[in-house]
Design a protein around this ligand. Structure first.
Ligand code: 4AD
Ligand code: MG
Length: 463
């Protein structure tokens, strides 16, 4: 008999009275001498379905290996449930045990393990309610993002993961090489001779798909990327991963205001999608981890974001009377504590900050006429801080090439990027959304390691 998913049974897609086959992992088995109640979950939905097994039919010995964590296949009759908590249940007629889970050693014997402990068993944690919920929401958000851009006429551009350029100029990259690290070929001056490497040059894992994204936008008008990005910064915080996923739309003919409009509409649309399509999982997370979660999500889609300049924000912070760990003065990079003060205490709304000092932003941002600031925009969210970073891009060849020289970025790595400004340049803008930061916000989880199946952080790449 064809397997039916538990989600379809609980959503009444199958008529009661019919025989069904379900497969999944046992959460609990309890009962008495006469009857056994098995709670089964197959990951299709957060809830379990109850299986009722008559001990006189199956015998104690058959039921014994059906313990928490074991995997079984059950055929039986779907009936209306008399017990509370579920509308239907299954009266078992046949049970196969696919895999046992020794109660002495199976680590997920009980509920309520700490998230820290679960990180150590990342191979098993998807079987918990929490990670099931997070992973289903993660999937729904990825789908919603593709759907949003497709509906708006954007094209999904696959930018390379191995690159020869440093998009953010941040310098914290993972090298990609096939050279023998114990005995690499050397130049006369002792430096490594990369012409003998696989690509004939030095290459890295990408920190952003933006530069290649711009090439796409200057041909297809509106594109987005959605892929893994890598940063070798040694930042052990609840908001940083060494490998994270980023969504980067890039649009020809958009100025910074169009860019902000898109970012706001996009974020609200994705959050609305989650509220409408991930109800059960969000309600679980709201109950277990963050009682204000659903309220906060609704608040963000119902209120316009505040827009102000970096300079205005510095004034607000300076006059706040608050003692920050990092003192505030014009020119400083904003820290999470500053961003969160603006969002959570001052405005109590998401904030988009623009026009940052040029010294603290990347080389490609459009220079303002004041000579001091660039047309950057960061979107700041409650509990998260920066969720999006973006800008209008410098489209003038002279200004961009001057900037590249000033920063000593090797022109041999950048000639193709500069050529877009030489041939048919156009005003354009874009931004990058950190996918895991978005998931953090939408799930209410507190640590970024708990919203990606297999986190990569300093000293951690076990699973
Ligand atoms: O602000 P960032 O560095 O911007 C860029 O990479 C631009 N090229 C984007 C663009 O304009 N196309 O990164 C963008 C976002 C951040 O706002 C943050 O949400 C996320 O990526 N992010 C990280 N998320 C997890 N771990 C890290 N180490 C992250 N670094 C950035
Ligand atoms: Mg940034």
């Amino acid at each position: 008999m064809k397997r039916v998913k538990i989600k379809d049974l609980l959503h009444n897609k199958v008529e009661t009275g019919s025989d069904v086959t379900i497969k999944g992992w046992v959460r609990t088995r309890r009962g008495n001498k006469n009857v056994s109640f098995i709670a089964l979950n197959d990951g299709s939905i957060i809830h379990t379905i109850q299986i009722v097994a008559d001990v006189s039919v199956f015998g104690e010995e058959t039921l014994k290996p059906i313990t928490t964590g074991s995997c079984i296949c059950v055929t039986g009759k779907l009936v209306e449930s008399v017990g509370q908590g579920q509308n239907v249940e299954i009266q078992a007629k046949h049970i196969d045990v696919y895999g046992t889970a020794d109660p002495e050693t199976y680590p997920l014997q009980k509920k309520g393990h700490s998230l820290e402990f679960l990180r150590e068993i990342a191979h098993l944690r998807p079987r918990t309610n929490t990670f099931g919920a997070v992973l289903r929401i993660r999937h729904a958000l990825a789908y919603a993002i593709h759907k949003y851009f497709n509906d708006q006429g954007f094209y999904y551009l696959h930018t390379p993961i191995i690159t020869g350029s440093d998009a953010e100029g941040a310098g914290a990259m993972f090298h990609v090489t096939t050279l023998d690290l114990k005995n690499p070929p050397k130049n006369e001056d002792g430096s490594i001779n990369y012409t003998e490497d696989f690509f004939g040059k030095e290459t890295n894992l990408t920190v952003s798909g933006q530069l290649e994204g711009e090439l796409g936008a200057l041909a297809l008008s509106e594109i987005y990327t959605f892929g893994p990005t890598f940063r070798a910064e040694n930042s052990n915080t609840p908001r940083h991963l060494a490998e994270f996923w980023m969504i980067e739309p890039e649009m020809a003919f958009y100025d910074i205001h169009d860019n902000m409009d898109l970012a706001e509409d996009f974020l609200q649309a994705i959050i609305r999608y989650a509220l409408e399509n991930c109800k059960d999982d969000l309600e679980f997370l709201n109950k277990m981890y963050d009682n204000e979660l659903i309220e906060r999500l609704k608040f963000v889609i119902e209120n316009k974001f505040i827009r102000l300049t970096y300079t205005e924000a510095i004034d607000i912070l300076a006059q706040s009377g608050k003692e920050f760990e990092f003192p505030v003065k014009w020119g400083c990079d904003l820290q999470a504590e500053h961003e969160r003060y603006l969002v959570e205490q001052h405005f109590k709304k998401p904030v988009i900050l623009t026009d940052y000092p040029k010294e603290i932003k990347a080389f490609y941002m459009k220079q303002n006429d004041d000579g001091k600031t660039v047309r950057a925009m960061d979107v700041l969210f409650p509990k998260i801080g920066e969720i999006i970073g973006g800008s209008q891009r410098e489209e003038e060849y002279e200004k961009l090439s001057q900037k590249i020289k000033e920063l000593h970025i090797p022109e041999k790595d950048m000639w193709w990027y500069l050529e877009t400004r030489k041939f048919g340049t156009a005003p354009h803008s874009g931004f990058g959304l950190g996918f895991e930061r978005l998931i953090l916000f939408i799930t209410g989880m507190a640590n970024i390691r708990d919203v990606i199946p297999f986190p990569r952080t300093p000293l951690n790449a076990e699973f």
